[in-house]
Each structure stands twice: as C-alpha cells, then as structure tokens.
Ligand binder design. Structure first.
Ligand code: GLC
Length: 466
C-alpha cells in the first residue's frame, strides 16, 4: 500500500513537470503561423511606407550581387559584437583552382564591462588600443592597411563604409554611439591615438560576413545566419524590392535584424512567463523579443527560471533552490549544451548542478535535462520558423518552382549545442516545401567575410579612381 502511494505520487509529479514543460512545445501549425508573421513583417520592413513601424527592419547593406573581382594583399579585419573583440590579419591571394585563397592570423581581446556600458569614446579607444597592440605584435605599424569591420548590431547604412548605429543589442550600452556613424567613431579613435593609420573600407554585419565567407565556398550561398550571443539573418533580395535604396538591377544583401521580431506584438500569444521575466530584467526591455527566445545570451537564464518554477511548485530539489540558483545569470548557456550532451550516466549533469550548490537525485538530474531540452528545442523550432519565412519569401520573390539555396551559419549555440542544429534544420525543411536547402558552417566567417568584402570594395574604389 505504502509503495503504491509512493508510485502514484511520483507519477503525479512527473505529470506535473510535463505539464509545465509542455508549454514549450510548438505544433507545426503554430510554427507555420510564426513563419507567416515573419514574412509579413519582412514585407513591411522592405516597403517605404511601412518601414518605420515594422519590427523587422530589413536594413540594406550595400553589399551587391554584381561581382567586381577583388584585390589581393593584406587586410585587417575587426570583429565586434559578442563577448570578445577580435583583430585579424587576412592575406587574400590568388589560387589557381579556386581563384582565391585566404590566410589569417588573429588575436582575441575580452571587452571589459566598463567599455561595453561606458561611453562610445571609451569603447572605441579600447578598440584602437587593441589594434595598436596587434600591429605591434606583428610588426606592421608602419603600414596603412585596408580595414574591414564586422560590427554586429543594427546599422542603417548610407554606403558600405558608412552607417549609423540604430540601437545597441546583446548587453552593449555605450552611450553616445546610437544615432552616430560607426565608422566615424572608429576613425576618430584611431586619430586620437595617432600611432597608426588605417583605411576603413567596409563595415558589415556578422550575418553578412558569414554569408560572404561561405559564398566563396559555395556560389549558391545567398543567406547568412547567426545563432550565438544574438540571433539574426541576412539574404540576397531583388534590388527592385529594396525600396529604401534606389536602383532596380541585381540584388542587394538585406540584414533582416529579425531579433527584433515580436517587438510590435507579433509574438504575444507565444511568449511565456519566463520570456517576460527575461525581458523585464534585461538591459533593453521590450526589444529583441524573438532573439530573447532563441539566442545564447538568454537561453541559460530561461532554463534557470523554469527550474525555479519547478522548485516553487515543489517538484524539484525538495522545494528549496540553492543561493546560486536564485541569482540572475547563474545558469550559463553552456550548461544547457553540457547537460544535453550527457551520455546517460548523469555524471555531467550531477557535476554542473553541484557547482551551483545543489545535490540532485537521479530523477532530478533527468528533470533538469528535460527543462534544458524544452527551452533549447523551442529555440531551434522558433529559429527554424524564422528562416523558413526568409526562404519562402525568396522563393516567392524569385517566382521559382524549386528554390535551391545554401545557407551559411555561424554562432556558438548552433555549433556547440548537441541537437540544436538537427532540430532547427528539420523544422526549416518541414516548413519549406519546394526548396532544396544546404546548410554550411562558416569557419572564422566574421573576420574572413569582412576582409573579403573589403577586397571587393578596394577593387571597386580602384576602378572608380581610374
Ligand atoms: C543581434 C544584432 C545583430 C547580429 C546578431 C548576431 O541580433 O542586433 O546585428 O547580427 O545579434 O550577432
């Protein structure tokens, strides 16, 4: 009798856990609805008359489809947008078989919190200091190199080397940058130092850099996507529908900035209590709501909030959370990947949970894993619905029976999580009949892409000057 009671209560407990986690499961119809709304916002972002109010900004990048060929030589590439800042030296050379080859040397610099959230001058002075250090190390201070800047935030471009920062995302907040020309801020900081010179020739988003670097591997690559600290995608759009830029011929790469999807209410019926808390306690409440469901900056925190909910319902850890688990940000996104990579003996899960002050039973390890899977699977599916929206939009625009396309992808969540990739790709394919999609991962795409586009920009500048 006693045992029976125990079994019943265990069974009830599991049912209750399942009920809480079931909110994260999205049906195919729901994903189709997300996709439809994404396509709708994309249309609104592209049109002049609705652009202002659209959440998905569809920003023209001035990266065009017409191949001009490229210069060869040394280029410097900067990559700012995640938790680190990278400086790279890229040698673009000719290769008999593939027409080009690149070699890189790079160095990573961590960005101090006060540079991220202080003033724009502080941030760009720090960047200039890192470049100076890199040039010293490679004994290149005397050279005035062409520079490509991967700047992974929403920028309204006027040309490939000119654009204003619309708003910061992903925890950056340096004051005095929003509304200003980013390349100007960089040039001013280099001038202030006065110990080296650079010729800034191109600024691109990381999605664009990723697409460009993959394009050199596969000429069908016309989409770039990042699922890392942030989440975003770009693609090649017909010039005649990029209403913000004059001209009809060819294609231009559009940075969708889809992370802001949902900011005008399009995701309200999908957002859960955990999403609301993550948003309200973030540095940019009300902004980047789609990104907050998917990307690495928020995934661990979402799991932490789910675990606290299970604790509060007395379904986990005897109803008692540890002091660490109660702290915002204490459950890192990498834990989600590590927990889901556990081979089944629960060792990895146990180790992680003990480092945050918990003593889990085997069943509790399994419940934590289920919570991680719920959050990351929803992220993969939501992200898949977004990309399916982009790809269906492209097929409709191009009026093709069958669209054959390659997508270049980068980002820590995509690359390091054990099943995100697979679930994401399946969702995209389920939602895009009549499309033949290849996914490729970019290696060092952010830096290489910036250098490659700079090489193209240099060639164009040379042609114009002739
Ligand atoms: C954020 C930025 C976007 C970037 C993405 C991935 O969404 O706004 O520009 O591409 O993160 O880094």
């Amino acid at each position: 009798m006693k045992l029976d009671n125990k079994c019943t209560s265990l069974f009830q407990k599991i049912l209750q856990v399942d009920q809480i986690l079931s909110e994260f499961r999205l049906k195919k119809q729901e994903l189709q609805e997300v996709m439809r709304r994404m396509q709708n916002e994309m249309e609104r972002g592209l049109r002049l008359e609705t652009h202002e109010d659209a959440s998905v900004k569809m920003l023209p990048t001035y990266v065009r489809s017409t191949p001009e060929g490229s210069e060869v030589g040394d280029f410097l590439a900067l990559d700012l947008g995640g938790t680190n800042f990278r400086v790279m030296l890229v040698k673009v050379g000719e290769d008999e078989e593939r027409g080009w080859k690149v070699e890189t040397k790079h160095q990573m610099y961590s960005i101090p919190e006060d540079a991220m959230t202080g003033t724009a001058e502080m941030l760009f002075d720090y960047i200039a200091e890192c470049i100076s250090d890199f040039l010293d190390k490679h004994k290149m201070k005397h050279k005035k190199l062409p520079l490509g800047f991967t700047f992974s935030f929403p920028v309204r471009h006027e040309d490939i080397d000119k654009g204003i920062l619309l708003n910061w995302t992903k925890g950056f907040k340096a004051s005095g940058a929003e509304g200003n020309n980013v390349v100007g801020l960089l040039r001013d900081a280099i001038k202030r130092r006065g110990d080296f010179e650079m010729d800034v020739v191109a600024m691109v988003n990381d999605t664009v850099a990723t697409m460009i670097s993959c394009y050199y591997e596969d000429r069908s690559c016309e989409v770039g996507m990042i699922v890392g600290t942030g989440c975003n995608a770009c693609y090649m759009e017909e010039m005649r529908t990029v209403e913000l830029v004059e001209g009809e011929e060819g294609r231009m790469c559009v940075n969708t900035e889809w992370g802001a999807f949902g900011d005008t209410g399009e995701l309200e019926d999908f957002r859960l209590e955990y999403d609301r808390v993550v948003d309200e306690t973030s540095i940019n409440p009300g902004q980047q709501l789609y990104e907050k469901i998917i990307s690495g900056k928020y995934m661990g925190e979402l799991v932490r909030l789910v675990l606290l909910k299970l604790v509060n319902e007395n379904l986990l850890f005897g109803g008692e959370a540890s002091d660490i688990l109660k702290m915002r940000g204490s459950f890192e996104t990498k834990f989600v990947s590590q927990i889901e990579s556990d081979t089944g003996d629960r060792k990895q899960i146990y180790n992680i949970l003990t480092t945050i002050g918990l003593m889990p039973t085997e069943l509790e390890c399994d419940i934590v894993r289920l919570a991680c899977e719920s959050v990351s699977t929803r992220a993969a599916h939501m992200c898949g619905a977004g990309l399916a929206g982009v790809i269906n939009h492209m097929r409709e625009r191009r009026k093709q029976e069958m669209l054959k396309i390659t997508v270049g992808v980068d980002g820590s969540v995509y690359k390091l999580h054990p099943s995100f990739q697979h679930k994401f790709q399946k969702a995209v394919r389920d939602l895009t009949p009549h499309c033949d999609i290849t996914f490729i991962q970019s290696e060092e795409g952010s830096g290489r892409g910036a250098a490659l586009i700079s090489a193209v920009a240099c060639k164009m500048a040379c042609m114009l000057n002739q």
